[in-house]
Write a protein that binds this ligand. Structure first.
Ligand code: SAH
Length: 506
């Protein structure tokens, strides 16, 4: 899906309010192709996962109103990088032209003669409201909606020289529709009082949505009169949007987000980025905050084209082995049909799924997804010549057992797993997560390599292992798993994590 980006062009891209699923297709393809990405704090944590490994990633965010990187410097960087011929993505939370200073940046680019493109995003006021079950317009309730910054000092009457902040509260109080306030949750007491003083009814419904569309989303419903007190009691924090108007009450009826059992829990994922997606996706769907800490990359080993004709059994030890096996078949002009003469054994459901994508239904799938169990599953099946397709550093349980039965066994190492270094921040995030997941022995070893030999996990971090082999490797390194999956696959990991995170039954 990689798009051709224009060199020397700046793309002002909205990343949506937080749920990575709300990144647009255009945003994703631009992120995947950009030479340089300048990004803000409020972009989805996963938004940069698809960036090129060699892309320059520059954080230019603001912290709590203050600026880590001044706006002028950000604009200078945009101009500098574009002039140097880079394709530049300027990635912002929500929509770039809604309280995103995207307009200012576009003016600077125009003045500098630099071409730019604008990619709208789902803006927080609309997106967070929708995730809280609040339609910002509704027939009969609201025929207009105003997007308002609450970051104003003028609510107390003081003047400000920033016109975006110079809000006329009496005029807004008279606005015939929904008010959606961005920023300024801390100022809600003043804002609510100013609106009421200017004639907005105190019993008008109001809602605040914190961390809208994120795994940690919370919302409170109140009235304009009780809003300040409710927000203080619930300790609502930024980022949050406030919705004032009759539509806010619909949130009570239309809240639709299912309760998410891992909401508020952080889970570190150590497996290879390409492989982590099913685990990461599953975790996010359960509400967890995923901390990607990929310590492995998978590299296929080049080799001769494969002719599987001599084998009556082909065993596949992982989904990676399936991909690499097909690469070797294709290299010799063959396809799935060349496997017609052999029984196909998969070690587990992920491997079986990868086979299914190539049109092959595995003949043998063990009950437990380890080599020992596959040996048992194969017990009644006659084997003369077997091919075991697997990683370079895998265990010899299966080939040894087949040889012990008198079979001729070829072991084909199709790929190797290599250590990938972690950035200091990714390592810190993984070490302090509520859970850290290990899906293979190599994730354990490579995590320790990446951590400089000392796991350094925080005392409260719970270690989750996919199964007994991985648990053994953990113990060899002085780490005792707190949770071991009963089913040794991704669904099994998720089930084990859920069981562990569930509040104790009374
Ligand atoms: N350009 C952004 C807004 C940036 S201003 C957009 O279009 O959404 C930052 C403000 O956006 C925050 O103070 C908060 O009011 C709001 N915001 C951003 N992300 C949010 C989220 N996930 N949930 C609730 N409000 C959010």
């Amino acid at each position: 899906m990689a798009a051709e980006l224009r060199r020397g062009c700046v793309y002002l891209v909205g990343a949506g309010p937080g749920d990575p699923g709300l990144l647009t297709a255009r945003a994703l393809e631009l992120i995947a192709g950009a030479d340089t990405i300048l990004y803000d704090r409020l972009i989805p944590a996963e938004a940069l996962d698809g960036a090129r490994a060699d892309a320059e990633l520059l954080y230019v965010g603001k912290e709590g109103g203050g600026e880590a990187v001044p706006q002028e410097r950000t604009e200078e960087l945009l101009v500098e990088r574009a002039r140097a011929g880079a394709s530049v993505v300027r990635l912002k939370g929500g929509d770039p032209f809604v309280f995103g200073r995207g307009g200012e940046e576009a003016l600077t680019l125009r003045a500098a003669g630099i071409p730019f493109e604008v990619v709208p995003g789902v803006t927080a006021g609309v997106g967070a409201s929708a995730y809280a079950g609040i339609p910002v317009t509704h027939r009969g309730l609201a025929g207009a909606v105003a997007l308002v910054t609450g970051h104003s000092r003028s609510s107390a009457g003081a003047s400000t020289d920033d016109p975006e902040s110079a809000i006329d509260w009496p005029a807004l109080a008279a606005f015939p529709g929904t008010l959606v306030l961005y920023m300024g949750v801390r100022r809600l007491p003043e804002i609510a009082a100013a609106l009421i003083a200017a004639g907005r009814p105190g019993d008008e419904p109001a809602a605040v949505v914190e961390g809208g569309t994120l795994a940690t989303q919370r919302s409170v419903l109140a009235t304009l009169g009780t809003l300040a007190e409710t927000v203080a009691r619930e300790a609502i924090r930024a980022p949050a949007v406030t919705v004032i108007g009759p539509v806010a009450a619909l949130g009570a009826e239309l809240a639709w987000l299912p309760p998410r059992p891992l909401a508020g829990r952080s889970v570190a994922v150590t497996r290879a980025r390409a492989q982590s997606s099913s685990l990461a996706r599953g975790l996010r769907a359960l509400g967890a905050q995923v901390r990607e800490a990929p310590v492995i990359t998978v590299r296929q080993i080049a080799g001769e084209p494969l002719d599987p004709a001599p084998y009556d059994l082909v065993c596949l030890a992982s989904a990676n082995a399936v991909e690499a096996l097909f690469a070797r078949l294709h290299a010799g002009g063959r396809d799935a049909r060349s496997l017609a003469g052999a029984r196909i054994a998969a070690i587990g459901p992920g491997t079986a799924r990868a086979l299914a994508e190539h049109g092959i239904v595995a003949d043998v799938l063990p009950e437990r997804f380890v080599a020992e169990s596959l040996v048992q599953a194969l017990a009644g099946i006659p084997v003369e010549r077997a091919l075991v397709a697997r990683a370079l550093d895998a265990r010899d349980v299966l080939p040894d057992a087949l040889r012990a039965r008198g079979a001729d066994v070829d072991v084909l190492a199709l790929y190797e797993t290599l250590a990938e270094p972690l950035s200091a921040s990714a390592l810190d995030a993984a070490r302090s997560a509520d859970y850290i997941t290990f899906t293979s022995s190599s994730t354990v070893r490579f995590f320790l390599d990446a951590a400089g030999g000392e796991a350094g996990l925080s005392d409260s971090t719970r270690i989750v292992s996919i199964g007994p082999v991985t648990s053994e490797t953990l113990r060899e390194h002085g780490l005792e798993p707190h949770v071991e999956a009963e089913r040794h696959d991704i669904d099994g990991m998720l089930a084990a994590l859920l069981a562990d995170a569930a509040p104790p039954r009374r």
